[in-house]
Design a protein around this ligand. Structure first.
Ligand SMILES: Cc1ncc(C[n+]2csc(CCOP(=O)(O)OP(=O)(O)O)c2C)c(N)n1
Ligand SMILES: [Mg+2]
Length: 687
């Protein structure tokens, strides 16, 4: 078999595996794998430095399938290149990542060939995709991370990080706004390690793109500052390879390749129609397609002789050599730069360097106190100095979010200064979320920031971070009505409830500066969970921890901050964030009135939910049903902790534009209201 014949056979294997899997599953997307098999073949077998034996080798090239519905491309290539599985502890298991049996069970429970690429589930998947636009934006984070890693760790003769990122995307990713935000920033940052290939097939679900998408995409990318190339025939693997060569030689800007393709290529009745996008071809059409490919018409899940070998001789050998050279180089690197080598190893396993929590501030009691965002800024500046690979930034609100790293040498990340630790995402929250994810997938400890209200703009990426089990975090400030005069557009109401609803996401709303410190202490130690912090804009009193319980209770999600003398409260006040000091004030008034109240500071529902039943009952004794929750946010969900008879002082409407003090009065966030609610609860019990 000539090399060209082997290539064609391999490409048709990807195509027919995809067709058969979709047909068997009776659902899925056959058309795009049929069209893009030559592209994926070329990237993987001819270009990428990726060793199937070790899919988490740090300097591997990255492949992102942003049009995640074409997942069969990935399952086929992971199978045919014999990528090996690794577990969550980064150990190689000596098993294939995706077996032919998984492909036969495409989209079925427990198959390693699920409907869309799942990062935490299948080794060799670099990021979860499916929500269009997320993949392309995430790949910008990967490219940014490579630049930072190269700047920080490469030394003369030691290019420890010089990998590239190959991203495949469709019309959907080009239409989604997040893709535009990310493309704009990628060009600004001169990310010449990044290549997007756009599957220009003029087809989406509803039909031809002429119904909704007629802009000049190439011109748009030129305007951003990308290097724009075009390959007019998606079957021309030499041209594709050439374009990828041009990408690798291009300096100073990312590369965008327009690839003209035919969805459902080879299907006599469905090619170039949206019918090829998202449903099985049907048995008869499958036969016709296989005939067109010169394939045995009745064969199913066929991997012809020579195909595995062809991939082994291509990506297998190239990847193996590249990794071995790297490993040898790393051995020499470790001798010469032991400290840096240790950092690389720790980072890869998401471990923390010794002394990571050195010099974390402790705040003295202070009735005037300090804003959550200011305390956060102080902590961030300590952590970023203690953890070399800890970096992030804001979507143009750094001065407001107090996320700017101000210590000597922190620097700004720009094209000319890729070692900077302050990222400027610009006003691009959607892309920021995905970029932070991409950086974390590259093992950096990355964070983003904006006003809490705009967490909505980053939410799809936060959801994916939770799904991928990535330890990213977001510092969201202006967490409630504290934004005062800015009014209801800027005052979060439903954001806390909605973030609390995301499985696996840690949501924290600290009550004072010491809770902020403890919240960070908790977050930084997470290895497989994202977190969001809701931080106050206004100063909050720093509680006297000699009088009240220690802030370390934050690590349990909720804790008894103040109690009735000798315990055994008659009423429990539960609060988070800025409402904790209010609850404490109410508690002192109740005590003076001879009423036994307890204050529970509850910065995090999710963390609390993970404590033992015994602990939870000790904080919220089941027999004390007189309860009041106070939180300047939607009351949605508080029944969980106060019961159906409990009281909730929260938001039932949007906020309003006025100074904070007036808003507190208007919406009932005053100690006397809490006292009244507590008394009502006790009265209810007595009645
Ligand atoms: C954010 C988001 N919106 C909608 C969808 C549903 N969806 C999946 S594929 C698709 C059409 C994508 O068209 P294109 O990217 O051109 O892919 P092609 O059909 O060419 O493979 C849509 C709307 C989605 N996956 N993500
Ligand atoms: Mg399309």
């Amino acid at each position: 078999m000539s090399d060209d014949q082997a290539a064609q056979l391999s490409i048709n294997t990807i195509r027919t595996l995809s067709i058969d899997a979709v047909q068997q599953a009776k659902s899925g997307h056959p058309g795009t794998p049929m069209a893009l098999a030559p592209l994926v073949y070329t990237i993987w077998n001819r270009v990428m430095n990726f060793d199937p034996e070790d899919p988490i080798w740090p300097n591997r090239d990255r492949f992102v399938l942003s049009n995640g519905h074409a997942s069969m491309l990935l399952w086929s290539i992971l199978h045919l290149t014999q990528v090996q599985a690794v577990n969550a502890e980064y150990e190689r298991l000596g098993l294939p990542s995706v077996t032919l049996d998984d492909i036969r069970r495409f989209r079925q429970l427990n198959s390693k060939a699920p409907g869309h690429p799942e990062y935490h589930w299948v080794s060799g998947v670099e990021t979860t995709t499916g929500p269009l636009g997320q993949g392309v934006a995430t790949s910008v984070g990967m490219a940014l991370a490579q630049k930072w890693l190269a700047n920080h760790y490469n030394r003369p003769g030691f290019d420890m990080f010089d990998y590239k990122i190959y991203t495949v995307c469709g019309d959907g990713c080009m239409m989604e706004g997040i893709g535009s935000e990310a493309a704009s920033l990628a060009a600004h940052l001169g990310l010449d390690n990044l290549c997007w290939v756009w599957d220009n097939n003029h087809i989406t679900i509803e039909g031809n793109t002429s119904i909704a998408f007629t802009e000049d995409v190439a011109a748009r990318f030129l305007a951003y500052g990308w290097n724009v190339l075009r390959v007019g025939d998606a079957n021309d693997i030499d041209r594709i390879e050439h374009a990828l060569d041009v990408f690798r030689q291009t300096k100073g800007r990312p590369t965008f390749i327009v690839l003209d393709s035919h969805i459902g290529y080879g299907s006599p009745h469905k090619q170039d129609t949206s019918a090829a996008h998202g449903e099985p071809l049907g048995d008869d059409e499958v036969r016709l397609v296989k005939r067109a490919y010169g394939w045995p018409e009745d064969a199913k899940f066929l991997v012809p002789d020579g195909v595995y070998e062809h991939f082994a001789a291509g990506i297998g050998k190239r990847g193996h050599d590249a990794r071995h050279n790297w490993t040898e180089l790393f051995t020499a690197y470790r001798k010469k730069y032991p400290g840096l080598a240790t950092e690389i190893e720790q980072m890869q396993k998401r471990e923390l360097p010794a002394g990571w929590d050195r010099n974390l501030p402790v705040f003295d009691p202070d009735p005037k106190g300090i804003a959550g965002r200011d305390a956060s800024g102080k902590v961030l500046n300590v952590l970023a100095q203690n953890i070399p690979w800890f970096l992030g930034g804001s979507a143009d609100l750094g001065p407001s979010n107090k996320t700017t790293l101000t210590y000597e040498g922190a620097g700004n990340f720009q094209a000319a200064t890729p070692g900077g630790k302050n990222l400027h995402f610009g006003i691009r929250e959607h892309a920021m979320g995905a970029i932070v994810n991409g950086m974390s997938l590259s093992k950096l400890r990355s964070f983003g920031a904006t006003f809490f209200i705009f967490s909505d703009y980053a939410r799809p990426a936060i959801r994916l971070a939770a799904l991928m089990e990535l330890p990213v975090f977001f510092a969201f400030t202006h967490d409630a009505m504290g934004d005062g005069e800015d009014g209801p557009t800027h005052q979060p109401v439903e954001q806390l409830a909605s973030l609390r609803a995301i499985p696996g996401l840690v949501t924290l709303r600290p009550a004072d500066a010491n809770e902020v410190v403890e919240a960070y202490r908790y977050i930084v130690q997470l290895r497989h969970q994202p977190a969001v912090l809701a931080l106050s804009r206004q100063a909050l009193p720093t509680l006297d921890r000699r009088k009240y319980a220690a802030a370390s209770g934050v690590s349990k999600g909720a804790y008894v901050l103040a109690d009735a003398p000798g315990g055994k409260p008659d009423v429990i006040l539960i609060a988070s964030g800025s409402e904790v000091p209010l609850a404490v004030e109410a508690h002192e008034k109740l005590l003076a009135d001879g009423i036994r109240s307890r204050v529970v500071s509850m910065p995090s529902w999710d963390i609390f939910e993970h404590q033992t039943q015994e602990y939870r009952d000790s904080v919220l004794p089941p027999n004390v049903t007189a309860r009041v929750a106070i939180e300047q946010a939607s009351t949605f969900g508080w029944e969980r902790y106060v019961g159906l008879t409990g009281g909730v002082i929260g938001m039932h409407t949007f906020g309003a534009s006025a100074p904070l003090k007036e808003l507190q009065k208007k919406f009932g966030f005053e100690p006397y209201e809490i006292v009244a609610a507590a008394k009502e609860q006790i009265g209810r019990r007595a009645a």
